[in-house]
Write a protein that binds this ligand. Structure first.
Ligand code: DC
Length: 220
């Protein structure tokens, strides 16, 4: 099952919950782009150096795990980087490296290796359109830009990170523009994706809808 959508649409939380409920693996593809950008910064490779970043995308040792409360834990070359890849700066860096075709190509096989029985929930921007075009269930989550900024604001506040709603709204709008208008694998719903606008919906309600669609389609 693929779950695509813009930043703040709830993809991450919903994908994790759906994977847990189904007993399936999870691919957080956005984390891969964040990791490539971080690896570039750490290695002194410029965020516009396609071949250098593609090499890091292929060769870096990337590991995903969960902490006792089922939150994602991420390691890059043996070092835990869970917090480091979740900053706004890391998100913006990721959006830049994600626009480089050789970086996307380098991550393609890496992403496909996550598909293992009994199933995979793949969370990203181009999961249903490019990486797993044969997926049986494709969901595209959206929410109004105002609601997405408010969700992100709440998340950061809970983590004790200072951020203004106005600055976040601006950043989300800029990131949407870059992700939707890039030449390669832009953020667009595939013709065969089910669109779900989560504005005003609780996480639980969205998860139920997604699971309902999956169970209906797959008879599970
Ligand atoms: O979902 P996220 O915020 O962690 O993603 C970070 C950036 O990576 C996002 O701005 C766009 C990019 N991305 C992408 O281009 N393709 C994906 N499949 C996932 C993320």
């Amino acid at each position: 099952m693929t779950i695509d959508g813009p930043s703040g649409s709830g993809k991450g939380t919903v994908s994790r919950a759906a994977a847990r409920a189904l007993g399936w693996a999870l691919l957080d593809s956005g984390a891969l782009y964040r990791l490539v950008a971080l690896a570039g910064r750490q290695a002194g490779v410029g965020l516009d150096d396609g071949p250098g970043l593609a090499q890091l995308a292929k060769a870096s040792d990337i590991r995903f795990g969960s902490d006792p409360s089922d939150q994602e834990v991420v390691w890059l070359d043996g070092k835990e980087v869970t917090g480091a890849i979740r900053t706004e700066e890391a998100g913006n860096d990721a959006s830049k490296v994600a626009a480089i075709p050789v970086v996307r190509a380098a991550l393609l096989e890496r992403q496909r290796r996550f598909a293992v029985p009994p199933g995979l929930v793949a969370d990203g921007r181009d999961m249903g359109t490019v990486v797993f075009p044969q997926a049986e269930v494709k969901i595209f989550l959206t929410a109004s830009a105002a609601e997405r900024a408010a969700r992100r604001h709440k998340q950061l506040k809970e983590k004790g990170v200072a951020a203004t709603l106005a600055a976040l709204s601006l950043e989300i709008a800029e990131r949407d523009q870059r992700d939707m208008n890039r030449a390669i694998a832009p953020l667009v719903p595939g013709a065969d994706a089910i669109l779900l606008d989560t504005t005003g919906m609780s996480v639980d309600a969205v998860v139920e809808r997604v699971l309902g669609v999956a169970r209906g389609r797959l008879s599970i």
